[in-house]
Design a protein around this ligand. Structure first.
Ligand code: FES
Length: 166
């Protein structure tokens, strides 16, 4: 069973959607189930000159747990410095939701990974130093996404065709 907090975020998700001209975009997929998430960030400066995540939006094709964790991550990441956002962990998200059924823990990884990928994209676009750990994580996530895209390539072709027609 899902907790009340999970259901609250699922029924009324926060920050769902897209950011126009984002500073970074993270796209990740879950190899267990094939679900996919996009997370957009807008980076700006705080009064003291430190860079912070000013806005976060997301689009998730996934289950109840994936949607709820996306919503929580978007709330928690807003206002954080890049360093702090990189420290956001899966455990923190699950705790914030009051727990998840063990079989659904893998779903909660999607949102944190997407956030980290969006930060990676932001750092890369701006020729900023990418922490070694983030670089390694990015390589791993890229492989996972490629696996999913290979598995669903026929569907992706159809999706492209339909998008062009629309
Ligand atoms: S079952 Fe796919 S993200 Fe939860």
């Amino acid at each position: 069973m899902y907790t009340e907090e999970v259901m609250k975020h699922f029924k009324k998700p926060k920050n769902m959607g897209k950011i126009k001209n984002p500073s970074g975009v993270g796209k990740v997929g879950n190899i267990v189930c094939g679900d996919v998430m996009w997370l957009y960030i807008k980076v700006g400066k705080r009064k003291d000159g430190k860079e912070i995540i000013k806005d976060v939006k997301w689009q998730t094709f996934g289950c109840v747990a994936a949607l709820a964790t996306s919503s929580v991550v978007s709330e928690l990441a807003k206002g954080l410095t890049i360093d702090k956002a990189l420290k956001l962990s899966n455990e923190e998200i699950v705790k914030k939701l009051g727990g998840l059924p063990p079989i659904k823990i893998h779903c909660s990884l999607l949102a944190v990974d997407a956030l980290h990928e969006a930060i990676y994209d932001y750092l890369k676009r701006n020729n900023k130093k990418i922490p070694e750990e983030l670089e390694k994580k990015h390589e791993k996530l890229k492989k996972g996404l490629a696996e999913i895209e290979e598995r669903y390539k026929d569907f992706l072709k159809l999706e492209k065709k339909l998008t062009k027609q629309a």
